[in-house]
Write a protein that binds this ligand. Sequence first.
Ligand code: NAG
Ligand code: NAG
Ligand code: NAG
Ligand code: NAG
Ligand code: NAG
Ligand code: NAG
Ligand code: NAG
Ligand code: NAG
Ligand code: NAG
Length: 479
Amino acid sequence: MIPSYRGILTALCAFVTTVWAVHPVVVQGKDFIDSVTKQRFQIIGVDYQPGGSSAFNDSSDPLSDKASCLRDAALMQRLGVNTIRVYNLAPDANHDDCASIFNAAGIYMILDVNSPLPNGSLDRTAPWESYNPTYLERVFRVVEAFKNYPNTLAFFAGNEVINEDSVEQVPAYIRAVQRDLKDYIAKHVSRSIPVGYSAADVRDILMDTANYLSCQIQNETSSRSDFFGLNSYSWCGDSSYTTSGYDVLTESFANASLPVFFSEYGCNKVQPRIFTEVQALYGQDMTQALSGGLVYEWTQEANGYGLIQLNDNNTVTLRVDYGNLQKQYSQLDLSQIESANATQTSVTPVKCSASLITTSGFLNTFDIPSQLPNITTLIDNGPSNANTGKLDSVSSTPVSQTVYDSNGETIQGITLNVLADDKTNSPGDNTSGNSSSSTSTATPSASSSSKKSAANTQASSTLLTAFGAILALAGSIVW
Ligand SMILES: *[C@@H]1O[C@H](CO)[C@@H](O)[C@H](O)[C@H]1NC(C)=O
Ligand SMILES: *[C@@H]1O[C@H](CO)[C@@H](O)[C@H](O)[C@H]1NC(C)=O
Ligand SMILES: *[C@@H]1O[C@H](CO)[C@@H](O)[C@H](O)[C@H]1NC(C)=O
Ligand SMILES: *[C@@H]1O[C@H](CO)[C@@H](O)[C@H](O)[C@H]1NC(C)=O
Ligand SMILES: *[C@@H]1O[C@H](CO)[C@@H](O)[C@H](O)[C@H]1NC(C)=O
Ligand SMILES: *[C@@H]1O[C@H](CO)[C@@H](O)[C@H](O)[C@H]1NC(C)=O
Ligand SMILES: *[C@@H]1O[C@H](CO)[C@@H](O)[C@H](O)[C@H]1NC(C)=O
Ligand SMILES: *[C@@H]1O[C@H](CO)[C@@H](O)[C@H](O)[C@H]1NC(C)=O
Ligand SMILES: *[C@@H]1O[C@H](CO)[C@@H](O)[C@H](O)[C@H]1NC(C)=O
């Protein structure tokens, strides 16, 4: 297809005047939904915290280093992910470059509001001490930092706070933090960014945890979780739907009243990882109950879960796990997993009652700690001198670092590819590098795209390639 000159001009004007951004994602019933297309959104993601929590401090976090974000976003495009989760964030750092890069790459962000620093999270042994305005002020600063990016998908109010060591009152305090966060968002953000919790897979209390956080307290709207994340490592090596217990999880969450997803998965007891669980997770049965998941984790750290290895000489090696995961992703039937289902989007919350809780010793009353007056004041006024982020312009850019495959061979042509407006990254596109890159001089080889979803996406990337030269001349894309 050769677009007419007039067509090019019209489309180019549209590119320049509209905001070049992904569509915000909303919660409807038990699904995530693209707020514009109304298609179901399934998380195809990775957990992203290079260096782990020890590399984190209040001036530097994974979304404050432009060069790393550019490299990683390009490699994630190639892998096929549409979402990252970041655990520790410095609210006063500048995230505009990184958030804009991930947005341009069609990748959403799920952000934890907590940090390992003092007053940075709830203390599971004494939550009443850590539930204080100093902690909440930090939480609200994280919201300020990320609230204006369209690819901010959600906030985690807590991660694995409930475990074998936590005291009985912890679930009520998690709801208190969720309430304060949601009250803050309602007052200070133009869209309702979802808020939820990420649970450890302690099977005995898993359903109690999910039920406690997802039920509706009478006459109170804000303390309920909008979604539920589960950190699950029960599928190891070439396991199966039943051996892994995925069948039980699917059944348990089939009637959930909110989106449920794996906030971490990818057992590494058998190495290299082959990720056969990907076919189960996004397959016909499980996709009804879960909204996808995030593979733990992007970089290789001491605990050995990395998809890529950052080398000391500023090069990157894609581990065997990266290639294995890419192969699994490329076999997914996207049109099936993106189809919204009216039954699923219309479910309503269950009313909270003691009968929802089955384990003795698990909190079964729903008296949520009241909002301290000094926290209410903070919600009304907002934190002082908050750092509020905004999108910047991004152009398609080749990655400057050398990238090796798992055999040590250099891979050429890895490029951050600015996607067409509104487009989300997806597996099988090879959006990075060779295919459909707007700065690449090479034409994609006979468009052997393996994309399985709607044909119009194919058309829009052809269009993008056609405009590549013009856009490159313009130097950058105006938001
Ligand atoms: C913060 O962490 C970054 C990256 O780990 C490091 O380069 C920097 O020196 C640290 N800054 C402070 C103030 O500790
Ligand atoms: C945490 O915040 C409280 C006030 O809300 C303060 O009294 C306490 O000293 C802080 N703790 C640390 C370790 O900074
Ligand atoms: C809930 O709100 C209604 C209407 O405002 C009120 O009549 C009722 O007493 C409230 N119930 C509780 C349990 O607070
Ligand atoms: C889910 O709900 C359906 C319809 O209400 C019911 O038949 C089924 O037993 C429920 N499943 C579970 C595991 O509760
Ligand atoms: C819609 O969702 C319901 C409940 O999860 C499920 O039983 C049904 O098979 C789904 N329908 C389609 C067409 O996927
Ligand atoms: C960089 O380090 C990696 C890993 O140690 C090594 O394989 C590669 O050859 C090095 N590259 C250069 C240019 O030194
Ligand atoms: C916030 O209010 C609570 C109770 O009203 C009080 O105990 C606490 O000291 C106050 N904290 C600060 C930092 O003002
Ligand atoms: C691009 O294509 C070349 C040759 O077909 C291949 O060697 C290279 O790995 C490809 N690059 C990417 C990023 O897929
Ligand atoms: C996408 O990339 C993978 C890995 O480099 C390669 O095997 C595959 O042929 C590529 N597909 C297309 C359509 O370019």
